[in-house]
Design a protein around this ligand. Structure first.
Ligand code: ADP
Ligand code: ZN
Ligand code: ZN
Length: 706
């Protein structure tokens, strides 16, 4: 008997083929089965989405419907929960189902013929499973009282949980214990642990393998992130899908891992912006994790020292409408109360009022003295600045020429090391001109400062300082420029850990997550730029970055008493710095949430952006305005506000003009209903005169930057 199947294939984001396609098959394949199907001249990977058993159904002609080309029947079908997750993500984030579903599978699966896959699986199953060796399991440490209390609550409640724990309070140990309890109690249960940065996965993987390898075999732990090769990703994915992997560690993409026995999801550093995908389907892996947990009956544990204001708001008391259970670990491991000045304490925050420092000083005299003293004592310091390169602009003082990018509305950054001007937006790179390209003046100078120049400047300032061993000071820099080559970050970090480096200079890359044991001073030399940003989330990001950075100092209980966080600012009395000084995230959050509530901003409202790109602003905005005009009634019916279109903050990149339009509603459901209905309007507008010349458009639901 012939069966009619609806099959999802990879479709371009906005193609008219949005849903599944019909195929026929002699076998009654269950939904979730991976198949190969012909499409045009090609043969591609598909997922059986539904079985439409009424082969006689209306409009169905078995002679016109093509048969599937093959079945990857060595793989169990994707679970119903996985398919529901994908369906939800596609509809919530306004993308086609085929795009989201196929992008959630490892790329190599798309190219494998059924026979190749069968061979692959045979090889993978032949790999000898590592024998558990309980004897060498590193004995888990005795839990602190706070850890024990939190773990008790996680066992007793269904969640979701927000673990609000100071940096160094031992959150990772809580994750490890929860995972261990689960895996020991349920012989086939699986856990998903997500971290924001690829950089952090090797460190975490090592910790998980050390703990769980001996208990469950080294194959029980696999990673999933975009830094892996396609074959590696396929191997991990297959292990997760078959259930052989009990623990999956990964970045945001791992939220879509096929895990048939998923029982626990951990999202570490849940506030981190990199959980939001910034292209294609712009999903939030953290939000999907919460959704997936509910769908699958898996516990969800979000953790952070500086939670996102959304999660903080969701974890208010249940009586006030909170939906997450907030768990608190205020103290650093090794300290009684975590207050500055005691063992295990959080670092003392010192604000330097730059209004009272020598003009143009990059390092204020007191900070410089503090750095020198650290070097002389053999302690490490970390200085961070959120701008890489030597100088953000090259400038001619005669004619005012600046190193603008000819293709973008942005300046090209001066990189001294290879004497180039590089655009950080489109990549356009040129040798630095000898003279001003506009007037021929040979005296063109760098304006402002990036990490490269900061490192150079610091080397001059500290030239006479000696380490305790009499050697000159050693300064290292870590940023996207120094870590371009694979493995360089690891070796640079190893140098810091081994104590070869006295002062580490870098971007926010060094402020996050790394467990530096010997750093006693952290300095933010230019923290002000975010205070007055037009982006309402800028203060939240700055506060969390500074708290994270402070968290790098004094992680060893023995040195934490003297550790300090220095902030150079022209606004020392700003409430953000007041809260930072007290390590008082709740105070900061309360103040921010109050402002947001008054202004009707998230989490008190819900937003989406439509972005449009074209050769001219007029075309990009014309498209948005036409789509908006066509949706006036729709918006009114749903109580949704449509704002006028505006140029994006970086208006032009690589000669493409960019515009956006904000859509806002007090109700998430109303915003979703509006977007679903508006989708067809946007498509139609694209086909009509206002859409002429448009390059692309896309919707960003719950955007992180406006
Ligand atoms: P967080 O993730 O909250 O910043 P970590 O989990 O990295 O903190 O813990 C900080 C340090 O404390 C780590 O070196 C960890 O090994 C150690 N640690 C965690 N829990 C304990 C404990 N119960 N006893 C002793 N040391 C602990
Ligand atoms: Zn000039
Ligand atoms: Zn450019």
């Amino acid at each position: 008997m012939t069966h009619r199947l609806s099959v999802l294939v990879q479709t371009p984001a906005h193609s008219q083929v949005a849903g599944p396609l019909s195929y026929r098959s002699e076998l009654a394949l269950p939904a979730g089965t991976l198949v190969r199907v012909p499409l045009g001249q090609r043969d591609m990977l598909g997922i059986v989405w539904d079985r439409l058993d009424d082969a006689s159904g209306s409009g169905y002609d078995p002679d016109k419907t093509r048969p599937i080309a093959g079945t990857l029947d060595d793989l169990p079908p994707l679970s119903v929960h996985w398919r529901q997750l994908v369906s939800f993500a596609a509809s919530y984030y306004q993308r086609s189902l085929g795009e989201v579903a196929l992008a959630a599978l490892p790329p190599q699966l798309r190219d494998l013929k059924p026979e190749q896959l069968a061979r692959r699986l045979k090889r993978q199953s032949k790999a000898v499973p590592g024998e558990p060796q309980p004897a060498v399991a590193p004995g888990p440490v005795a839990l602190t009282a706070e850890q024990a209390a939190v773990i008790g609550q996680i066992q007793a409640h269904p969640g979701p949980f927000l673990l609000f724990g100071a940096t160094g309070s031992g959150k990772t140990e809580v994750y490890l214990r929860c995972v261990q309890q689960l895996l020991e109690n349920e012989p086939d249960a699986q856990a998903l642990v997500m971290v924001p940065e690829i950089n952090l996965t090797p460190q975490l993987e090592a910790r998980f393998v050390a703990r769980f390898g001996p208990l469950f075999g080294a194959e029980a732990v696999v990673s999933l992130h975009s830094g892996m090769t396609n074959p590696q990703r396929l191997t991990s994915w297959l292990a997760a899908h078959s259930g052989a992997a009990r623990i999956v560690l990964g970045t945001r993409m791992a939220v879509f891992a096929s895990m048939p026995k998923l029982r626990l999801i951990v999202v570490d550093e849940e506030h981190d912006p990199s959980y939001k995908q910034q292209e294609g389907a712009r999903y939030s892996a953290r939000d999907l994790a919460v959704y997936r947990g509910r769908l699958e009956g898996a516990k969800v544990l979000l953790g952070s020292a500086t939670p996102s204001l959304e999660s903080w708001h969701h974890s208010r008391p249940e009586t006030e409408g909170g939906r997450y259970l907030r768990l608190h670990m205020p103290s650093r491991v090794g300290g009684d109360n975590g207050l500055p000045g005691t063992a295990g304490a959080l670092p003392l925050v010192r604000r330097v009022d730059m209004n009272h420092q020598p003009k143009h000083a990059v390092f204020s005299p007191p900070l410089l003295e503090a750095l020198k003293a650290r070097v002389a004592r053999g302690e490490q310091s970390m200085v961070f600045l959120n701008r890489r390169g030597y100088a953000p602009v090259l400038h001619c003082s005669d004619c005012d020429w600046k190193s603008e990018c000819p293709h973008c509305s942005a300046f090209r950054v001066f990189h001294k090391i290879d004497r180039t001007l590089r655009c950080h937006h489109c990549g356009f790179t040129e040798r630095v001109p000898r003279t001003c390209p506009a007037c021929g003046n040979p005296d063109i100078r760098p304006m402002g400062r990036g990490t490269e120049r900061l490192e150079e400047h610091l080397a001059e300032l500290l030239a006479d300082v000696r380490r305790p061993d009499g050697q000159p000071v050693r300064i290292a820099r870590i940023d996207a420029d120094t870590t371009r080559l694979k493995g360089t970050l690891e070796s640079q970090l190893a140098q810091v850990h081994s104590g070869e480096v006295d002062v580490l200079v870098g971007t926010q890359m060094i402020a996050k997550g790394h467990d530096f044991r010997r750093i006693t001073l952290v300095a933010a030399v230019n923290a002000d730029s975010a205070l007055f940003s037009s982006d309402f989330r800028a203060p939240e990001r700055l506060f969390s970055l500074l708290m994270q950075a402070a968290g790098r100092a004094g992680r060893d209980a023995g040195i934490s008493a003297e550790s300090e966080m220095w902030v150079q600012t022209f606004h020392p009395a700003h409430p953000l710095f007041e809260a930072l000084k007290k390590h008082d995230y709740p105070a900061f959050a309360a103040q921010q949430l109050q402002e947001r509530e008054q202004a009707g901003l998230p989490p008190f409202s819900f937003q989406a952006l439509v972005r449009a790109e074209a050769r001219t602003q007029a075309v990009a905005q014309g498209f948005l305005n036409a789509a908006s005009a066509a949706a006036v009634e729709l918006a009114e019916a749903q109580h949704v506000t449509l704002y006028p279109s505006v140029p994006m903050s970086i208006q032009r990149i690589a000669n493409v003009e960019r515009a956006q339009m904000l859509i806002e509603s007090p109700s998430r459901a109303a915003l979703q209903r509006f977007l679903a209905a508006w989708h067809d309007v946007l498509h139609a507008t694209r086909q009509q005169p206002p859409g002429k010349g448009l390059i692309r458009w896309a919707v960003d639901v719950d955007p992180l930057t406006i």
